[in-house]
Design a protein around this ligand. Structure first.
Ligand code: ATP
Ligand code: MG
Length: 436
């Protein structure tokens, strides 16, 4: 067996006075779960991102609990509990809209022959499942980063550290537990998580954690496209999308998620595709910071626009029907993209609408221009056009005109677009003007 699954060193136990976690900052529901488990005689710990973020004085996204109670035992303790997962069962304890996830300690088993029936690793080293119950130190070792493997014990308010997570937390270092190559091979998504956490926490990746990423990034092609969709949302829709994008590109990960877009970025001599994407991501980050809604449809519209925009630019003035070109290119780009990252139809349909509406901004006259204002996707398409204008892809003057149009009263809108109400007299008058 490898050291990952067998060594049982003494953990570093950090007393209450040596860490910054206070019960006042833990969700009352998580505390309820911890206390009930503890009172029933089970080990009960807060673990993962909750402990990490609280230690750093940040607000955690959610609270995960780890215990030695088996899932059925957890279920017996909580009425409001559901067991989920087929291979590895987790308990979800429901408190209104808050869910506390309770996981039984698990161990990692290697496919080195000794694990026998417990072999869970594919030939290429990828971990299929880690569904073997284990001890707390084994549970610590199967986690990804040292700072994600700290356990806050509700019994005595100590922090239990098997992997040197506390020192890394203090030094701002993101370090994968165990041998980085082995861990990335087991689960290549850990490379994306490394980029996300490094940016989110403002941590430096340890050299051994960062080193293998560029040469192993291609392993992401083994990951189901639906899982990568979820990861892409976490990468780009949690407020630090621009920095995450830069980090992903630095490590050669972006191209594994969005190959067509990366190809354009790599050949982008004028830098307009990069400007466009950077502005789009910064804009999304800004919206999140202001508490405004963001949609995956807009995000994917931006992430996949560079190849479409390049096709349009290559056709130049010869494009008689840009909407048709967009439609065809969108089909091709999407077909390739969906092999890597799923985009559910509820997002890809509005995404394509945002693209198809772009050429319509060029038309400033007539009723069609006015009708665009009331299109259900107008606002998103307009915001998208503004980004194109910022990147020099659309005329700044055009963006300004559409802004004016929206701010104008109805009569002025009619004036601006030169559109008139359909009445016999007016049509007659137009005819006369035409012949004049
Ligand atoms: P956040 O929720 O803030 O994004 P987190 O650290 O809580 O960060 P989760 O995805 O919620 O991340 O996972 C909870 C914990 O489960 C992690 O802290 C880590 O210990 C463990 N974990 C999650 N994904 C993996 C993985 N791919 N490999 C190993 N351990 C993982
Ligand atoms: Mg979490």
């Amino acid at each position: 067996m490898t050291e990952l699954a067998t060594i049982h060193p003494e953990p570093n136990i950090i007393p209450r006075s040596g860490h910054g976690i206070s019960r006042a900052n833990i969700s009352p529901n998580a505390l309820k779960v911890l206390y009930r488990l503890n009172n029933a005689g089970y080990a009960a710990y807060l673990v993962g991102g909750g402990v990490r973020d609280l230690s750093l004085g940040r607000e955690p996204k959610d609270f995960d609990v780890a215990t030695d109670a088996r899932p059925e035992e957890v279920k017996r303790l909580f009425r409001n509990c559901r067991l989920i997962g087929r291979r590895f069962r987790l308990a979800h304890v429901y408190f209104g809209c808050e869910i506390i996830e309770v996981a039984t300690f698990r161990a990692l088993h290697e496919a080195d022959g000794e694990a026998g029936d417990n072999a869970r690793v594919l030939q290429d080293g990828r971990l299929l499942s880690d569904n073997v119950f284990g001890s707390i130190d084994e549970d610590a070792r199967r986690r990804d980063f040292t700072v994600n493997a700290l356990y806050y014990r509700i019994g005595d308010f100590t922090l239990v550290d098997y992997v040197g997570g506390m020192a890394d937390l203090q030094h701002g270092v993101l370090r994968l537990i165990g041998d980085a190559e082995v861990r990335y091979r087991e689960d290549p998504v850990r490379m994306l998580r490394a980029a996300r956490f490094a940016v989110k926490l403002g941590f430096r990746m340890h050299a051994e954690t960062a080193g293998p990423i560029p040469r192993m990034a291609h392993l992401l092609s083994h990951i189901p496209a639906a899982r990568l969709f979820e990861e892409v949302l976490k990468l780009f829709l949690t407020g630090m999308g621009l920095q995450v994008f830069e980090c992903l590109r630095h490590y050669g990960l972006f191209g594994c998620l969005f190959p067509d877009t990366e190809e354009v970025l790599a050949q982008d001599e004028l830098g307009s595709a990069l400007t466009f994407l950077s502005r789009a991501l910064a804009n999304t980050d800004g919206r999140i910071a202001e508490g405004k809604p963001v949609t995956p449809a807009f995000l994917f519209a931006a992430l996949l626009w560079p190849p479409i925009s390049r096709r349009l630019a290559n056709l130049g003035q010869n494009t008689a029907e840009p909407i048709q070109v967009i439609h065809e290119t969108a089909g091709e780009v999407l077909e390739r993209q969906l092999r890597t990252v799923t985009i559910p139809k509820r997002f890809s349909i509005p995404m394509r609408e945002i693209w198809s509406l772009q050429p319509r901004f060029e038309r400033r006259t007539g009723k069609r221009a006015l009708r665009l204002l009331s299109h259900p996707r107008f606002r998103a398409a307009y915001d998208f056009m503004l980004l194109r204008a910022e990147a020099g892809e659309a005329e700044a003057e055009l963006a300004h005109w559409w802004k004016e149009l929206q701010l104008s009263a109805v009569a002025q809108r009619v004036e601006m677009t030169g559109s008139r109400r359909r009445s016999g007299r007016r049509r007659h008058r137009r005819k006369r003007n035409d012949t004049a």
